[in-house]
Design a protein around this ligand. Structure first.
Ligand SMILES: [Zn+2]
Ligand SMILES: [Zn+2]
Length: 277
């Protein structure tokens, strides 16, 4: 902590962000790489195809969407603020932090579910989301493979319901602003877990909270009948409600997409805008 404080005093904010992300990356490697060696569902190398590209996405996904989001989120927050009765805001604000956090994870999931589903169902949005699905070998780091437009869109969709019910508010109330930050942190950490190449199964718990098997089925390329399932980030029963849950005992055999995908980072970032493809 002392080191971080010294860095904050002596480095520009951007450089401090990079150091912070490097520390997180080391912790994630220490956690997931040994586990994926011991409990691998699919035999694959640590430095699999696309590993370096995904490492770049790790930094891009952590830095860029947050900065792009500041202005639109503030506008959306203020816009929606006028539709929420003041009494509701006050009542929600008076609830304990744990309650507001749990409620935010559930309410936000409905927004995220539909944002993610639209990413699959609307061809314009799929152009961006296809990058995340282009991974043919899935591990913890695939969590970061996402076009910034994809991340911004799904994050906005996840946050709109929070603003609508007063669980998140426009700037000015520190106590309220903690909840969205914690939702992002928990969601991101859980995202690494559900992408990981771990053969763990959890019985009936898999219907309550998302697991690697649940999200690996979202990435399957085992045929048209099995794609477009399991859109939820953390709560599988939201998929159950909307009729997209698929959670058999076995695992997918094949991952990825059928369409073309540029091999490198720059090509992938540009591809969604290139209408010749
Ligand atoms: Zn998807
Ligand atoms: Zn995924």
């Amino acid at each position: 902590m002392e080191i971080l404080r010294l860095l904050q005093q002596n480095l520009p904010p951007f450089a401090v962000d990079i150091v912070r992300l490097c520390i997180w990356l080391v912790l994630l490697v220490i956690l997931f790489v040994p586990l994926e060696r011991v409990f691998a569902q699919h035999p694959q190398k640590i430095f699999r195809k696309g590993f370096l590209t995904d490492l770049c996405y790790y930094f891009i996904s952590s830095l860029i969407p947050a900065h792009i989001l500041v202005v639109p989120m503030a506008m959306i927050a203020w816009g929606l603020h006028y539709f929420v009765p003041g009494g509701l805001h006050q009542w929600v604000a008076g609830q304990p932090l744990g309650m507001r956090l749990a409620a935010s994870l559930v309410v936000g999931e409905f927004g995220f579910y539909w944002g993610h589903r639209w990413m699959h169902e609307i061809p314009l949005l799929w152009r961006f989301h296809a990058i995340h699905h282009s991974a043919e070998q899935i591990d913890w780091l695939v969590n970061t493979r996402a076009h910034p437009v994809d991340m911004v869109f799904t994050r906005i969709c996840g946050f709109i319901p929070l603003y609508l019910v007063g669980l998140a508010r426009p700037m000015g109330n520190d106590k309220m602003d903690m909840v969205p930050l914690m939702v992002i942190l928990i969601g991101t950490m859980w995202g690494f877990f559900i992408h990981s190449n771990l053969n763990w199964r959890f019985g009936w718990l898999e219907w309550l909270i998302s697991t690697p098997a649940f999200h690996h089925w979202h990435h399957t390329n085992d045929g048209p009948a099995l794609i477009n399932k399991n859109y939820s980030a953390m709560i599988p029963w939201v998929d159950k409600i909307f009729g997209t849950l698929y959670l058999p005992k076995q695992w997918p055999a094949k991952y990825g997409i059928d369409g073309p995908m540029a091999p490198g980072l720059a090509g992938q970032l540009i591809q969604p805008f290139d209408y010749r493809q």
